[in-house]
Design a protein around this ligand. Structure first.
Ligand SMILES: *Cc1c(COP(=O)(O)O)cnc(C)c1O
Length: 841
């Protein structure tokens, strides 16, 4: 059978076939070795789009014939293709660090992936993180694949009308124009999945994108055989109502898992990037049930050890919740209805399993179906422990089982060519391919002159970009000719350039600088020490507050026409705009309300380029900030949405800019005009923070603190008897817990130690199923002390009761200690798998 290709590539002459291979691999989005090749083929298109796939689709037959005759070009192409093959088969950091790999395959599920503008299937930070994760896995040779959806519209595009109001546009993502190809089965047929939906079957088409050594699988429902409404399930990212969202999450979680099965891929780790994909937990357990003929609870116990949940929201309103009736309708239609009654499934998404009215919470499902949960910064870890506390009643918040892995960004994707060259000089070409230990010391050797040169070139480039964008925007909004003309010379290459780009939503306070418009005006228009501003950001189509804040900026500009050369609002914030901004600006400002920025990553992208941060002590900046590396806003406290506090912080922001940032940039210049204090800060920021907030560090931590432990737990459950033992233990704990109780407590103290002794009555529970501990300082202010108590003799005259003892150093008072009983079993996670706890008092 001959299968038509699903793209519009021209027929390539044999000698040019390597072009297709290079263009389909999104590695070009961060590895710029082949840039010259594309530039040679289509200089203008390259300049405009930086998209080799598009270039290849638009190349004329004449050009192709011409290139096919060009011996130098062919030689160059062959070299690149050879290098590409070499790269694909090379060993990487992972196999060098782990000669005996602790896991064989990670499947990384995410609702969005931000890899490049050529594949617009992301909305913001969550997607960019997912994209950076795939790219880094490729660099490090980690066996990881991505699972996502191929959105037909993706997130909306923004333009501004002549009053500065946001207009939302939804261009169609034509798959034939994107760097994706259909997934073919062994017979060469396009792989399609049939997903049972209520009363019908929905067909999902499978696509793949190549991200270096990593494959990203994408599903979409736009198959002509589907009913029109179903064709639209994967149309709009974050667009529809609850039912559409649930359908999308079914496609991602259940469809994604079914795809892996069809491809014969058996991941040991399923990494859920946010709760959207949590239904994969059910599909995975169901497969296990079928393969091993076990019950659903046993299958879940066996498989959850290999599931990891990364939570991203700092507010409980951020979790997806679905009405139980809606979920019931779809679960009943799921494959074999997961071989278990719907109530059992619904209970997994509830805080109180008995409450039949409680909505189904995807984050709760993700927790009940994983063994390792992580937040995305140190602070967010603590915030998440607070959010998830209710699932672990009576446990101290510190012990709620959520760890953190702070986000990082893929430096090779966000650095400029000039920054790349400087880093290569000091830290070598392979700096982002191995461990990171020498980077800080090596980069610190950079000279003042080189750093300042980097900044000056970068600032110049972002200004050229902003001018081009501004001209286009003004022309599109039918602005007067004079304005369009002025745009050609807007902004100044020697002026301190501040960037502010992010989603316009209340908690990010994107209008903090507008708190006192006159003071902002004076800051920008200072005759000796001026400041210029580049602003960008979209508001969600349903976020009216966010839209008003966009308009406040554009109105400010309209009220001060003399600022037209000092301030540009760049429409349609996307990865391309972000790339230019983070490469070019001197200072990046971020003003979220603490603790609502779970991590934030845009500020990390300026690090590699020598931009400095001035940010709220929230998310990543709360752990990154040191006075040598940037500036901090706020007081490390939470003030919620207190408008008075917002105002106070705005004053703090102005003061920092006026008294610290601006003087440091313009004063103390040396004979060559280089501001020594500013450059010293750049050097510290670049060398200390870049490696720490790189996605290399993040992925290496994923491997050591998430994937490796999960794989170990999973393989310890490969035997059925072990899993059944765990289920029995959970059952016994539930059964007997209410009857456990403490008896006599006795303490003997001498100068150095306290000797505790307590009687414990265990009902019919096996004494090995619990641990008795001595706990101190549970007031949350100090690190708690926890000591295991030793089981001694059985108590005479009582059944299954024991004396537990423990001797502890006497630096805390006797009263601060409390005995407690918790579930315990080798190879199990407590309180994750059994959340009971009994306190002596
Ligand atoms: C990095 C990035 C984000 C995330 O930015 P935050 O400030 O961390 O929210 C959002 N959108 C785009 C286009 C980005 O490049």
């Amino acid at each position: 059978m001959i299968i038509a290709p699903y793209h519009l590539l021209p027929q390539l002459p044999e000698s040019l076939s390597g072009l297709g291979e290079l263009a389909i691999d999104l590695r070009w989005s961060w590895s710029h070795a082949t840039d010259t090749l594309w530039q040679q083929i289509a200089p203008e298109l390259w300049e405009q789009t930086r998209n080799p796939w598009l270039i290849l689709q638009n190349i004329s037959g004449d050009t192709l014939q011409h290139l096919a005759q060009d011996k130098d070009f062919i030689a160059k192409l062959d070299t690149f293709v050879g290098k590409h093959h070499e790269h694909l088969t090379q060993k990487g950091w992972f196999s060098e660090t782990y000669p005996h790999p602790p896991f064989s395959q990670v499947a990384y599920f995410s609702m969005e992936f931000g890899l490049s503008e050529s594949l617009p299937i992301y909305s913001g930070g969550l997607g960019i993180l997912a994209g950076d994760c795939l790219k880094t896995a490729s660099d490090l040779g980690i066996p990881l694949l991505g699972i996502g959806l191929l959105w037909q519209q993706g997130y909306f595009r923004q333009s501004l009308d002549d009053c500065g109001r946001q207009i939302e546009l939804y261009p169609y993502n034509d798959p034939t124009q994107m760097p994706v190809t259909p997934v073919r089965d062994a017979e060469g047929e396009w792989l399609r999945l049939e997903l049972p939906f209520p009363g019908r079957t929905v067909i999902l088409r499978a696509w793949q994108a190549q991200v270096g050594r990593v494959t990203l699988y994408l599903l979409d429902s736009n198959d002509p055989l589907n009913a029109p409404a179903d064709r639209g399930i994967t149309a709009e990212l974050y667009g529809g109502g609850p039912e559409n969202r649930l359908q999308q999450e079914i496609c991602l979680g259940i469809g994604g898992w079914m795809l892996l099965r069809r491809l014969g891929i058996q991941p040991d780790i399923c990494h859920l990037n946010e709760g959207h994909a949590a239904l994969a937990i059910l599909a995975r357990a169901y497969s296990h049930m079928q393969d091993h003929g076990t019950s659903f609870p046993c299958a879940l116990t066996a498989t959850r050890a290999g599931n990891i949940f990364t939570t991203h929201t700092p507010v409980s309103a951020g979790f997806d919740r679905f009405p139980p009736e809606l979920l019931t309708r779809y679960i009943a239609g799921a494959p074999g209805a997961f071989g278990v009654d719907v109530e059992t499934i619904l209970a997994l998404g509830r805080e109180n399993p008995e409450d039949t009215h409680e909505p189904f919470n995807m984050a709760w499902l993700a927790i009940h179906g994983s063994l390792i949960v992580n937040g995305v910064s140190r602070l967010h870890g603590a915030v998440s422990r607070h959010l998830f506390q209710s699932l672990f009643p009576r446990w101290p918040e510190d012990e709620v089982p959520v760890i953190h892995v702070t986000n990082g960004v893929h430096m090779p994707s966000w650095d400029s060519a000039e920054a790349d060259a400087l880093w290569t000089n000091h830290c070598g070409k392979a700096r982002w391919l191995g461990d990171l230990k020498d980077i800080e010391a090596d980069f610190r050797q950079t000279s003042d002159g080189d750093l300042w040169q980097l900044r000056s070139t970068a600032r110049q480039q972002v200004i050229l970009f902003a001018r081009r964008r501004l001209q286009k925007q003004l022309a599109a909004a039918h602005a007067p000719d004079q304005d369009c003309e002025n745009a050609k010379t807007a902004l100044d290459p020697n002026t301190l350039t501040i960037g502010f780009a992010r989603r316009f939503t209340a908690y990010k306070r994107p209008n903090m600088l507008l708190n006192d418009p006159d003071r902002l005006y004076r800051l920008l228009n200072n005759p000796h020490y001026p400041v210029q501003l580049l602003i960008a950001g979209k508001a969600h189509p349903k976020d009216d507050v966010g839209k008003v804040m966009i308009q406040q900026w554009t109105q400010f500009l309209q009220q001060h026409p003399d600022l037209a050369g000092r301030m540009v609002f760049i429409a349609d914030y996307d990865m391309l705009v972000a790339e230019h901004l983070v490469q070019g600006v001197d200072l990046w400002i971020n003003t979220p309300r603490r603790p609502w920025e779970a991590s934030g990553t845009s500020g990390m992208k300026v690090l590699v380029n020598g931009g400095l941060n001035l940010s709220e002590l929230d998310g990543w900046w709360a752990e990154a900030y040191e006075p040598e590396t940037g500036w901090a806003l706020g007081d490390r406290q939470e003030h919620d949405a207190d408008l008075k506090w917002d105002q106070q912080e705005a004053q703090q922001l102005y003061r920092l800019l006026e008294e610290e940032v601006v003087p440091l940039f313009y004063q103390q210049r040396d004979a060559n005009g280089c501001p020594c204090g500013w450059v010293a800060k750049i050097r510290e920021s670049m060398s200390r923070l870049t490696p720490r907030f790189s996605s290399n560090r993040m992925l290496q931590e994923y491997v050591s603190t998430l994937y490796e432990p999960a794989a170990r737990l999973l393989s310890a459950r490969s035997e059925r008897a072990i899993v059944e033992g765990i289920c029995q233990w959970q059952h016994d704990i539930r059964q007997h817990w209410q009857s456990l109780h403490f008896g006599e407590l006795d303490v003997q103290s001498d100068t150095d130690t306290h000797h505790f002794q307590v009687h414990v009555y265990l009902d019919d529970l096996d004494a090995d199923a619990v641990a008795v501990q001595l706990f101190a300082n549970g007031d949350g202010k100090q690190n708690p002390e926890i000591y295991e108590m030793t089981r001694g003799d059985a108590l005479t005259g009582a059944i299954n009761s024991y004396n537990y003892t423990c001797t502890v150093p006497a630096h805390s008072t006797v009263e601060s200690f409390t005995p407690r009983i918790i579930p315990h079993r080798e190879g199990c996670m407590v309180p994750m798998e059994s959340n009971e706890i009994l306190w002596y008092r």
